[in-house]
Ligand binder design. Sequence first.
Ligand SMILES: [Zn+2]
Length: 419
Amino acid sequence: MAIRASAGARPATGKRLVGVPRFGQTAGMNTGEIRGWHYATREPVRLRWRDGRITSLAAAPAPPPPGLWLAPALVDLQVNGYAGVDFQQDGLGLDDLLAAVRGLRAAGCTRFLLTLITDEWPRLTARLRHLRAVRSRSPELQSAIAGWHVEGPFLSAEPGFHGAHDPALMFDPRPRHIRELRALAAGDPLLLTLAPERRGALEAIRLAVSLGMKVSLGHTNAGAERLDAAGAAGATGFTHLGNACPRELDRHDNLLWRVLDAPGRLTVSLIPDRIHVSPPLFRLVHRVQPEGAVYYTTDAMAAAGAPPGRYPLGRLELEVGADQIVRPPGQTHFAGSALRPGDGVFRAAEMLRGDWQEAWRRFSETPARFIGWESGLAPGRPAHFCALRLTEAAQLVELSVVGGVSCGRVPRRGSARRN
Ligand SMILES: [Zn+2]
């Protein structure tokens, strides 16, 4: 399935904007009007927006074209890289970040948490400082890189649980680390993934939450009691459930059972690419978790939105084939994904044998609520939305994005390393 586009709306000229915004128009996004079928109510609506906010949502005076849908833009809380750009590299420049941001936008995602993974602490923190400085030079980056996700280094070093993170670089969190992250990110949204079995982790969770951070558990083999204690300390999420654990698990007691045995205690993220979580497990998680306690993320690395080839993820070099599976060369385990957000929605719907609209909500409004952002198609909400054209069989034909700040086309890059 192809996502063909990203673009903005037509500049406000006094004319009505009806139907899908023309491709290639990127200016004047701040004011406009569009008609389509509301993805949640499934009613025909006319949506107006001004200065980046939805100003009205009313019944459409005439039915919009069939198959033209309006939905909030996608929100991805875990993006390690995109469009050939690896966020774990030092010295990324404005053009690198713009390429990634525009690539994500083309796939329906206007806001994301730029994710930094385990590294030596001074390097990780220097990277965060540097990326924040680069972001401050561009309103487009400020709008799209809406916060930070620090995944590591306070993770489990156990085989199978550390995933693509280097266990040699992991260590126990101390209050000064949490305070340092908070200071570096200033007031930005900050999500921290950690393993609660680490010494000092519960104290770290309490401190992080008191400083306005969100804490998600992940890359962990914590026992049930420790998971309970982490929840009581203020952790609210579980990062990419079904991954960052060994391929073979004890049938009587394993991390999946422990998390799912307390439905809704944690809001879990899933990578909906059909590869990281098997379709049966994917369906089971949805049956067990209450509504609103599952959201999707790509956990994308540089290969997402880029051609097959070899790409860096921090110090690793990973290979991505035509099957879009990301692996260390010559090995069988997965590391990161090459999933594009818009594709994730439709793969999730396919796995669930359900409506794409439900899947879309789990990749837009649900993660937004989890991190504390406004989302949704309603007056007063940010005018970040997608216009989708679908076939009668719910195949995506075209996707356009309205909202945020967009200043240019998706640049073509050839940064894949090929051998
Ligand atoms: Zn991970």
